[in-house]
Design a binder for this molecule. Structure first.
Ligand SMILES: O=C(O)CCC(=O)C(=O)O
Ligand SMILES: [Fe+2]
Length: 282
């Protein structure tokens, strides 16, 4: 079985930190894959102890139907003179007692947003596959190897919002990290500077070019290319005047693929830098 933690053993400090963070924040889309990969691929019946939560708060509820239900507020009732008072009372109660509620009939169409996201992610996925194939070509890697690896692409997305900040020198928008996936396609939505990458020990700003994506190599691609392409540490800064928005779309190989250097890139003069590791479970 692959052990994502072992991937990091020989790696520089920043990356080790990045993957450790990945283990903690299993929700973060870019880093979910190695964990899922391990669990899905091996069809485990028990979860390796390193994924266990340390707190005692039970995640599985014994009988959810016996629990109180999260309040539902109806926007149409709030707008209706006859029903407004009772709905306002519900809103007030829900806000005081729960701090969470579901709002129905809100009049904001979520369909266009969903459709737009779906269309965008489908196009970006096609672009990612194109770029991966070009990279294989540039590396003289066997085309079939890249194609097999990315026959089914696992894709996820993170939208980042960085508000203007009165003291940008004191805070980081996004902490230095490398992306754990294979290939990230980043859109700097409102074309505000903030992304910086670490090159030869210096932080270099990435000035947004109109109508351009930032493409960055993630840890998985560094492994697949046997270190020929590098997953670079990057961070996002904030500024006093302007908010900044970015959308990062992450692409990883099929969940049931082995991750390791592409065989066609391993030779006596370029020995494998990363090893497929078997770990004990349970
Ligand atoms: O906001 C940015 O420019 C960087 C985003 C990023 O690195 C990420 O979401 O992983
Ligand atoms: Fe990133």
């Amino acid at each position: 079985m692959q052990c994502p933690l072992n991937w990091t053993v020989k790696r520089r400090k920043g990356k080790v930190r990045s993957v450790e963070r990945a283990m903690e924040t299993k929700i973060a889309s870019s880093v979910k894959v190695p964990i899922v990969q391990e669990l899905v691929k091996e069809k485990l019946t028990t979860v390796p102890p390193r994924y266990h939560r340390r707190d005692n708060d039970h995640l599985i509820l014994s009988d959810p139907s016996s629990l109180p239900e999260i309040p539902v507020i109806n926007m149409q009732n709030l707008l209706n003179t006859d029903l407004m008072d009772s709905e306002l009372h519900k809103l007030d109660k829900a806000s005081q007692e729960w701090g969470f509620f579901q709002l129905i009939n809100h009049g904001v169409g979520s369909e266009p947003f969903r459709d737009a996201i779906e269309a965008y992610s489908a196009e970006v996925k096609v672009l990612a596959i194109k770029m991966l194939n070009f990279m294989a070509k540039a590396l003289h890697m066997k085309a079939e190897e890249m194609k097999t690896l990315f026959k089914e692409v696992s894709q996820s997305m993170r939208m980042n919002y960085y508000p203007p900040c009165p003291q940008p020198e004191l805070v980081t928008g996004l902490y230095p990290h490398s992306d754990a996936n294979a290939l990230t396609i980043l859109l700097q939505v409102n074309e505000i500077e903030g992304l910086q990458i670490k090159k030869d020990g210096f932080w270099i700003p990435v000035s947004p070019l109109p109508n351009a994506f930032v493409i960055n190599i993630g840890d998985i691609l560094e492994i697949v290319t046997n270190g020929a392409y590098r997953s670079i540490e990057h961070r996002a800064t904030v500024n006093t005047k302007k908010e900044r928005l970015s959308i990062a779309t992450f692409h990883s190989p099929n969940l049931d693929c082995d991750i390791g250097p592409a065989p066609s890139l391993v030779a006596p003069e370029t020995p494998a830098k990363f090893r497929r590791t078997t770990v004990e479970c349970g």
